[in-house]
Design a protein around this ligand. Structure first.
Ligand SMILES: *Cc1c(COP(=O)(O)O)cnc(C)c1O
Length: 383
């Protein structure tokens, strides 16, 4: 027997007997004339939750982005603007279409793309602006939509990390993913709700939805009477009925799952507040952050490094997760160190474990490690 404290994972799904029962029922009965039953139900539940008119379940968020961008007409020679600190899944579909991802610096306050930098990066080749709500933090969509409208460029939302993030306005609440030309979500096992692997395309633009529906169906146009007669070359990014049954069971608990994420964030924020110089995910007035990934950013004056955090977390048997590298720093792109915020953040920022069933005692262990790293850095600097 080991005396080592149990491992704390940074994230894993919340699965109850309800999820197990839903998957089992779909595996037993969800075939034949019922083979789309859970898919259609999941699409309806998610569409109503987000407040979009149309939703299409996909095998991944990557696939949803790929089809949505294709339906917008993004192709070879085109440019799509996005923030530099992001997961590669946001940029990869742009390259699949032969287009170029154009990275811009992010805001120090939200870690999301800087609207001024977006506007400066617009060229005659710009075909879309991709607003990625990093770690649940909302992009400044008011300004991005205004910029997009002024230049005639659609703004799309990668809301993979933003289930539960929303704006409160005079016209009621608007969920992340529901305000752009389309939104894309991920139900990968690390995300706020899961279908194992999976995603969702949402839009309120009927023509765009119909184009994506055709593309998602291997190019078979709705109403085509001939069997196996695609009208265009499409894609195969479908979600299975069994996965969708899991998604329905998660949607029955979606508000509780978001509440758990928010409670975990609140506990971290309260515990780390006394450590002067640690900032976490923002929640500006008039918004709610779904807090998919509680993230601590350490002021440069603290001298805390990603490497020190990784080492300390590993020693405590806690999963450490680094902040997204600037995409432009990856080998397939060209370095843009002039993005001073994007290049300055990852070396002194860290994601904290946040799976739904994380216990207060486990959170205390995480906080204790962070406190120790901060204290050690102070001591090393003779402060
Ligand atoms: C997880 C994630 C994706 C990709 O989701 P998949 O379902 O794994 O394709 C895309 N964008 C962002 C911002 C993500 O966090």
């Amino acid at each position: 027997m080991s005396s080592e404290p149990s491992r704390i994972f940074y994230t894993k799904p919340s699965i109850t007997e309800a999820e197990v029962a839903a998957i089992t029922a779909a595996a037993r009965d969800g075939w034949g004339e019922r083979c789309y039953e859970s898919i259609l139900r999941f699409e309806g539940l998610f569409r109503d939750f987000v407040g979009s008119t149309y939703a299409l379940a996909t095998s991944s968020c990557t696939g949803a982005l790929h089809m949505g961008l294709a339906a917008l007409g993004v192709g070879p020679g085109d440019e799509v603007i996005l923030g530099d600190n992001n997961w590669i899944a946001s940029a990869a579909p742009v390259t699949y279409l032969g287009a170029t991802p154009v990275f811009v610096d992010v805001l120090a306050s939200s870690w999301c793309l800087d609207p001024d930098k977006v506007e400066a990066a617009i060229t005659p080749k710009t075909r879309a602006i991709m607003a990625v709500h990093v770690y649940g933090n909302l992009c400044d969509l008011d300004r991005l939509l205004e910029i997009g409208a002024r230049h005639g460029i659609p703004v799309i939302e990668d809301a993979a990390e933003a289930v539960g993030s929303k704006w409160f306005g005079p016209a009621g609440e608007r969920h992340a993913g529901s305000r752009g030309a389309f939104g894309a979500f991920s139900f990968h096992g690390t995300k706020t709700i899961t279908t194992g692997e999976g995603g969702m395309f949402v839009t309120s633009d009927r023509a765009l939805y119909e184009r994506v529906l055709t593309l998602s169906n291997h190019g078979r146009i709705a109403g085509e009477s001939r069997q196996f007669w695609p009208g265009v070359v499409g894609f195969k990014y479908k979600m299975s009925n069994i996965q969708a049954a899991l998604g329905c069971a998660q949607m029955a608990r979606v508000d509780a799952l978001i509440d758990q994420k928010r409670a975990i964030f609140r506990r971290y924020a309260d515990a780390l507040a006394p450590l002067d110089g640690v900032t976490m995910n923002p929640e500006p007035p008039g918004t709610q952050n779904g807090y998919w990934m509680p993230t601590a950013v350490f002021a440069p004056s603290l001298g805390v490094t990603r490497e020190a955090l990784l080492t300390a977390f590993r020693a405590a048997n806690i999963d450490g997760r680094v902040f997204f590298w600037p995409l432009s720093s990856l080998p397939m792109f060209s370095p843009q160190p002039e993005h001073v915020v994007a290049y300055g953040l990852p070396g002194r920022a860290f994601n904290l474990p946040s799976y739904h069933d994380l216990t207060p005692a486990e959170q205390d262990r995480v906080v204790a490690v962070v406190e120790r790293v901060v204290a050690d850095a102070r001591a090393a600097r003779g402060a």
